[in-house]
Design a protein around this ligand. Sequence first.
Ligand code: BG6
Ligand code: MG
Length: 230
Amino acid sequence: MNESNKIKAVIFDLDGVLVDTAGYHYAAWHRLALSLGIEFSKKDNEQLKGVSRIESCRFILKMGGIVKTEEEINELCALKNSWYLETIVGMDKSELLPGTEKLLKSLQMHGIKIGLGSASKNARTILDATGIDHYFDAHIDGNDVTKSKPDPEVFLMGAQKLDLDPHDIVVVEDSIKGIEAALKGGFITLGIGLSSVLIDAHHVETGLEHVDITLLKNLQQVAQGSKVQL
Ligand code: BG6
Ligand code: MG
């Protein structure tokens, strides 16, 4: 078999890749930071994309030089989540990012497995609300993992569930921490966003509407060191 035909699965991050929720997470963290008198910019937020709720809260407190007990941190997380949930209540297919469903359908048609590798504990709710849950062969989210990205745990659990080797799986991520996690796990990485931000990814596109099976197959060759035009 030709090396370029070996892609066996794609594991997608959720927030900011499949659904337009990254801005809602940022808005809720920004509100929490403000309530604590901490300035928190969009640039700061890049460090939090892909990071678990509790680790994100710890990061913001550290930025502000504020010390809280574990109980207080849990309360702040619950407050942030309540604000976040207010913004996603009533969510439907319209929150899917361009190209999402077309790509999922195409992968399914070509027999390429589909996994979810998200840090979010709200992932199941979002997949159900947007009606894409049925496409996934494996689902790993914030309720399953013990370590936050950039640890590769979430993607390695996904590969294990799919019973596949990370070298045959493309991870699609919009976060610096997520790309780092996938690279540590030995996966092929496709960044969604800006190449100036996701500098370590094997390749970056601005959205899933620019991604198709041919690009994913060629990406594997790029990850193996070949110079292929993507
Ligand atoms: C990630 C987001 O997908 O999930 C982060 O990029 C978020 O911004 C994290 O903090 C945890 O999400 P949740 O829904 O469990 O608070
Ligand atoms: Mg994300």
